[in-house]
Design a protein around this ligand. Structure first.
Ligand code: FES
Length: 150
């Protein structure tokens, strides 16, 4: 994202420091994450210290300060999936790829997320990776699925 586009978004909010969260959300919607250079530009334009912006961006879970991995894994831990053993699937996937939900690995290969429902409650535990849904996952089956993306 170039500075002109960042400035346009900031100008839309009249350059008000109080619009920081809205500005960051809009930038992230377009850029998918918030690199340091963008935060520096926002800091300069909104006259808000970089430390304050980083504090805000780390406080709210919605903000992403590292790029997403090439493969996004969503594991449902909603009630139906949970009672069918989703936690065992989550634990296995975490051990396999070495990150916890909400994190991206150092090679930017995987981003792991948990969610509350993927709309297939009768078929849990459910994993979605690369937009493809895998149902009735056991920990061992989940491992096999993820390994195909390594
Ligand atoms: S609770 Fe897991 S798909 Fe609905």
């Amino acid at each position: 994202m170039d500075n002109d586009r960042i400035d346009q978004i900031i100008d839309k909010h009249q350059g008000e420091a109080s619009s920081l969260i809205q500005v960051l959300l809009e930038i992230q919607r377009e850029n998918s994450w918030l690199p340091k250079e963008i935060l520096e530009r926002v800091s300069e334009k909104l006259q808000v210290s970089l430390a304050q912006i980083q504090h805000t961006a780390t406080f709210y879970k919605a903000f992403r300060l590292v790029p997403k991995g090439r493969h996004e894994i969503h594991i449902c831990n909603g009630t139906s999936c949970h009672v069918r053993g989703a936690q065992g699937v989550i634990d296995t996937v975490q051990d396999l790829i070495g990150i916890r939900p909400g994190q991206t690995d150092l090679d930017s290969k995987f981003t792991l997320e948990t969610c509350n429902c993927l709309g297939r409650c009768a078929l849990g535990p459910v994993i979605e990776i690369e937009g493809k849904t895998h149902s009735k996952m056991s920990p061992a089956e989940a491992k096999d699925v993820i390994k195909k993306y390594e």
